[in-house]
Design a protein around this ligand. Structure first.
Ligand SMILES: [Cu+2]
Length: 394
């Protein structure tokens, strides 16, 4: 046993490491998080690396200083400890520098968090309802609604045929019907749950959002380019928690439109509220904005707008789903002054799922407000004209 043996062992270890490194380079092996595919995911990715570098630099500075001091000032070379108490300069330095570092990290992190929460002005909205154990996707504008379920066959999961059988590469991350979205468009998700807490998690899109029963959380993403992004439920939600994957397919906008058409053709019973709403709004667009509409005209147009934009939350019966979504039937706001109701629907209510509906046209808003004021048990007998809506917009 001697130095020679140790040297040999070291050389063999180094050789093995070099071989392993070579092999992994051939396999294009990277140690990194998944490549980002949305602006938020990009921000998260950049933050990840920026903060990692801060940590690496601090690591080497701190450990460098420590090992330097330990070696340089060890007793065996005759170091003598200095005896001093309290050094204001040193204390100020070691408070101010970490403070600046923390602020420097908190600033971009806060900015990203604020951007993540800004689900305003989406191009389309999809309501996501989690179930034990499936995801339901409800396209509020396009009138498409379906469940998305794990597609990996049970026989493969439980290896019924052969023990240790070869799994397919997307084992447990494949679904029967993916969420399809247009690439490059802002998609807002309204996420809730029907039973326990689930989590809608798609790392490449930068989303990890709880679905909580009785609450609706909103979040958003914009897929940079067409592609397929996988994720899964991120909250332990029961025994089948591992079996609720998520697949998002981003398509070019024309392909998305074709997909919507196809979905509707395949499910005739699915309502087509967007088409109806557009049809209702189309003549209005051509109309004189100062035209006085009759209450019945407004109500008829409003009924369609309501079905397309409000019924998902407030329900076709106007009874809502308290406590998450208040009833409009009998609501004080709906039966109160028109101006306050108009302001609420135009501006939305910050911090709740009640978003701004300013994107609807004047006649659509006039219609839907007149409809809610004169439907179910609400009998105000009052109409609100498109011109009033126009005046209320700032
Ligand atoms: Cu779940």
């Amino acid at each position: 046993m001697g130095l020679d043996m140790i040297r040999k062992a070291f050389r063999n270890a180094a050789l093995a490491a070099a071989l392993a490194a070579g092999a992994s380079a051939n396999a294009a092996y990277d140690v990194d998080i998944l490549p980002p595919a949305s602006p938020i995911a990009q921000q998260i990715y950049d933050l990840h690396w920026a903060i990692m570098w801060v940590c690496i630099v601090i690591f080497f500075l701190v450990f460098g200083a420590m090992f330097y001091s330990i070696l340089k000032h060890r007793k065996s070379v005759g170091a003598k400890a200095a005896h001093f108490h309290e050094n204001t300069t040193v204390e100020v330095i070691w408070t101010v520098i970490p403070f600046l570092i923390l602020v420097g990290m908190a600033y971009p992190a806060t900015k990203t968090v604020l951007d993540m929460k800004d689900a305003s002005n989406p191009d389309l909205t999809i309501k996501v309802t989690a179930f034990q154990w499936a995801w339901e996707y409800d396209y509020l504008q396009d009138g498409v609604k379906f469940n998305s379920l794990l597609a990996t066959p049970r026989s493969q999961i439980e290896e019924w045929e052969r023990k240790g059988e070869q799994k397919n590469p997307h084992y447990l991350l494949e679904v029967d019907k993916p969420m399809v979205v247009p690439a490059g468009k802002k998609v807002r998700l309204l996420i809730t749950s029907n039973d326990v807490i689930h989590g809608w998690y798609v790392p490449q899109l930068g989303i990890n959002q709880y679905g909580i029963p009785g609450f609706v959380k909103d979040t958003w993403f914009k897929a940079d380019k067409p592609g397929l992004y996988r994720g899964q439920c991120s909250q332990i939600c029961g025994k089948e928690h591992g079996y609720m994957p998520i697949v998002v397919v981003a398509k070019a906008p024309e392909e998305y439109a074709a997909w919507v058409k196809e979905q509707k053709a395949n499910s005739p019973q699915a309502a087509a509220p967007a088409q109806v709403a557009v049809a209702a709004a189309a003549p209005a667009a051509a109309e004189d904005p100062n035209k006085k509409w009759s209450l019945d005209e407004l109500k008829a147009a409003g009924e369609k707008v309501y079905a397309a934009n409000c019924a998902a939350c407030h329900q076709p019966t106007g009874k809502g789903m308290p406590p998450a979504f208040p009833a409009l039937d009998g609501s004080k706001v709906v039966n109160g002054p028109k101006a306050a109701q108009l302001a609420l629907v135009l501006g939305g209510k910050q911090g709740t799922a009640m978003a701004s509906f300013a994107r609807l046209s004047d006649s659509e808003l006039a219609g839907v407000i007149t409809y809610t004021r004169n439907s179910w048990g609400n009998k105000t007998g009052e109409a609100i004209q498109p011109a009033e809506v126009k005046a209320a917009r700032k």
